[in-house]
Design a protein around this ligand. Structure first.
Ligand code: NOJ
Length: 735
């Protein structure tokens, strides 16, 4: 490391207060206004924070952007503070800075790691040009309960998909040329760990889970992020089996550093170290600072507790100077890796900022990502694609002409004027826009006076209805947990009234989570999931609905029959009494009274305008040798009249193991494009190392025996076969 000597010299020269200052992260009061001023220490106050920077009492600022102001703030640090250590600027760039891309959950539906890389790269280029060095992304919490609002920020319910997306996004943010490249930003995988396992789906709630679930489901995407080079990790708000994540030494030190070799720094979530008090884990601020710091949280976000208490804790000997130096060294090493010691401004200037922020290329990428994230669930009678001429279309619903809900949650710096409504997208796509009528029909969560009547009239005057309903941006995201994951009642009433007109209806869902559909929404002849697709949403939807591009997305989260099935994910265990989904009534099996415990639309599900038909699974042998591999293939034919872009998914089930295993688990997927009538053979290579699980000894293990394999269009279908993993003769599973 080029700057090692300089960093050691700085540490040797620093006072304890200056060391604590490097670990103090405050909200940026200069560039993210208006901001409440903290009456205790004045940290929302620009003048006060300028003084703190001069005194070396702040190491990083977050959620301020802008090249000009960024240079000025940085100038104070590198010219007016005693040791001239540059500040680190961070921001929540979750799905784009100015150019807003689809929400991460939507983008997961594209099942396209290259796309995730490209949007993260574009976001990073805009972020770096805006004088920001670090993003608080990707969120890699695996979605297991759709009531939890923050699933919208992540990669869906499957572990493999999350691992792949975490890797792609970390690489995309950090780039391929080194962190000191002027277009690179530091990635922050968050929130470690178990945040999405909140009991009941209530945000910030307690989690309680087995070691196998922790290590098998929730930790792998963090490991993937670390392996991909993420040099920052954010600790979570929740507790894990009784120990708050932000005071959890085992998670943040033993596993993260000891097992995975992480060398960056850990930052708390917004006051999460202070919240050790509310958790009942720490007595007061001093205790909370000590516990979080000793557990491995290097940087404190917003609370100011480290600045306030670390000096005293070191002086009293409760925290060693070595630990303090270690945390400071980590922060300075990352600052050096970002090139801040070579050029604290990282080459930013307003000209470059103007050239790259919201560039034409990024806007086009947003539209491409948008259309690739759309999932077609149903298309009875080939209602879609819509006709560009000769068809009267009624676009109905609260999202028909809306621009406030195209971005989705977690955007701060998007350009409002670039938001494209469905109406605008439709008009641009139609040969005769005069054939389009618009009626809102309902607000998102409240009825609209006369709305249904006007909408019914619009439907009656049309040949086809596109009903744009679902959740507003405010209904998912942080602290937006829901008890029922349904279309809000006034919109359901609108859907029923429109269905009663007898007109053909395409339901276009807007959503930040999987929804439980019912009545006229569930029974609509055509059903499209369009999430929050970002600023180009109207165009992206029109691209697919009018057939310029076929739908290619697949569900990254299962759409259940009912809300009450949550928590739900496709990779459930079989249980000792598995229900047979083919039977209507069965007693004394694992089921609900009211509904089969399957998905209405399974993980991985999605149609195209073509029709993929699967052949039989082909295997050269029914044995996979311990030190070998096995080719598993299938021929897929497009029996439809239009192109089919099929996502062939490989699932396995370990039939007998020393710990019970999921009934199906995704292990690979491949995309294949088929012209009408065309067949292609799609082959996968399975290795024994893909077939293991976290054993009772908390280690990854592979056990020989019988496996089912499916090559499938989604998690509840496909062609199946079995093979035997032939193990080394001496393997014992300890039973
Ligand atoms: C709280 C959120 O949990 C986290 O994801 C975010 O990065 C911080 N606030 C900072 O805004």
């Amino acid at each position: 490391m080029r700057h090692r000597e300089r960093i050691e010299a700085l540490i040797a020269a620093m006072t304890i207060e200056e060391k604590a200052g490097q670990l103090n992260l405050l909200a940026d009061p200069f560039r993210w206004l208006p901001m409440a001023v903290n009456p205790l220490d004045g940290t929302g106050d620009p003048a006060r924070v300028t003084t703190l920077i001069r005194e070396g009492k702040v190491g990083s600022l977050f959620n301020g952007i802008g090249a000009k102001a960024g240079r000025e703030i940085q100038r104070v640090a590198v010219e007016e503070s005693r040791l001239k250590i540059p500040l680190l600027f961070a921001a929540d760039v979750v799905h784009g800075l100015s150019t807003i891309f689809p929400v991460p959950l939507a983008e997961a539906a594209a099942f396209d790691v290259e796309l995730a890389y490209r949007t993260a790269r574009a976001a990073a280029v805009e972020t770096a040009a805006s004088a920001v060095h670090q993003t608080y992304a990707p969120m890699v919490d695996v979605a297991r309960d759709q009531r939890w609002g923050r699933n919208v920020e992540g990669g869906g319910e499957d572990v493999l998909l999350n691992n792949l997306l975490a890797t792609a996004r970390v690489r995309g943010f950090q780039g391929d040329k080194g962190l000191d490249d002027r277009d690179a930003v530091l990635a922050t995988a968050k929130h470690m760990a178990g945040y999405s396992a909140a009991i009941g789906g209530v945000d910030y709630n307690t989690t309680d889970m087995s070691e196998q679930t922790l290590r098998g489901v929730f930790l792998p995407p963090f490991k993937a992020s670390v392996d991909a080079g993420s040099l920052s990790i954010m600790s979570a708000f929740n507790d894990v089996n009784g120990i708050p994540a932000s005071g959890n030494r085992r998670l943040l030190t033993d596993i993260l550093r000891g097992e995975w070799g992480f060398e960056g720094f850990v930052v708390s979530d917004y006051t999460s170290e202070q919240e050790l008090i509310a958790h009942g884990f720490a007595e007061d601020g001093r205790d909370a600072a000590r516990l979080a710091f000793q557990a491995g949280v290097d940087v404190s976000m917003v609370s100011g507790l480290y600045m306030e208490h670390l000096p005293g804790l070191v002086q009293s000997g409760e925290v060693s100077m070595a630990r303090l130096d270690e945390a400071v060294r980590r922060v300075l090493t990352v600052k050096a890796a970002l090139g801040l010691f070579d050029d604290p401004y990282r080459g930013t200037d307003e000209r470059r900022e103007k050239a790259v922020v919201g560039s034409r290329e990024h806007i086009a990428l947003s539209r491409e990502a948008g259309r690739k994230s759309i999932v077609l669930l149903k298309n009875d009678g080939d209602l879609l694609p819509l006709k560009k001429s000769g068809q009267r279309i009624a676009l109905i619903g609260p999202f028909a002409d809306d621009v406030d809900n195209v971005w989705g949650p977690w955007t701060i710096w998007g350009a409002p004027e670039r938001r494209v409504s469905l109406e605008t997208g439709f008009r641009a796509a139609m040969a005769d826009p005069a054939l389009l009528t618009i009626a809102r029909g309902s607000d998102v969560e409240t009825p609209l006076a006369g709305g249904i009547e006007a909408a019914v009239a619009a439907a009656q005057g049309a040949d086809i209805v596109v009903l744009a309903i679902g959740e507003s941006a405010r209904m998912s995201g942080e602290a937006q947990s829901r008890t029922e994951i349904v279309v809000p009642a006034p919109q359901q009433a609108l859907a029923e009234a429109i269905a009663a007109t007898g007109k053909p209806v395409v339901v276009l869902l807007r959503n930040g989570r999987a929804l439980a559909l019912s009545g006229a929404v569930r029974n609509a002849p055509a059903l499209v999931v369009s999430w929050f697709l970002g600023e180009q949403m109207g165009h992206a939807v029109a691209d697919v609905l009018f057939g310029d591009h076929g739908p290619t997305g697949r569900l990254p989260v299962s759409f259940p029959h009912r809300s009450g099935q949550q928590p739900y994910s496709y990779d459930r265990k079989t249980t000792g009494r598995p229900a047979d989904p083919a039977l209507e009534t069965q007693e004394y099996v694992s089921r609900y009274r009211e509904t089969p415990n399957t998905a209405l639309y399974a993980f991985g599900y999605g149609l195209t305008y073509g029709q993929a038909t699967y052949g039989e699974v082909e295997m050269a042998s029914a044995e996979l040798p311990w030190a070998g591999h096995l080719e598993v293939a299938i021929t897929v034919t497009n029996t439809g009249a239009r192109t089919a872009e099929e996502l062939v998914q490989l699932y396995i089930h370990d039939r007998v193991a020393s710990l019970t295993q999921p009934g199906r688990l995704l292990k690979d997927f491949k995309r294949v494009s088929l012209r009408p009538g065309e067949s292609k053979r799609v082959a996968f290579t399975l290795h024994p190392s893909q077939l293991g699980f976290i054993g009772a000894d908390e280690r990854y293990r592979v056990e020989p025996g019988l496996f089912d394999v499916w090559l499938a269009p989604h998690a509840q279908g496909g062609s199946t076969a079995t093979f035997r993993l032939v193990g080394p003769p001496s393997v014992s599973d300890g039973r």
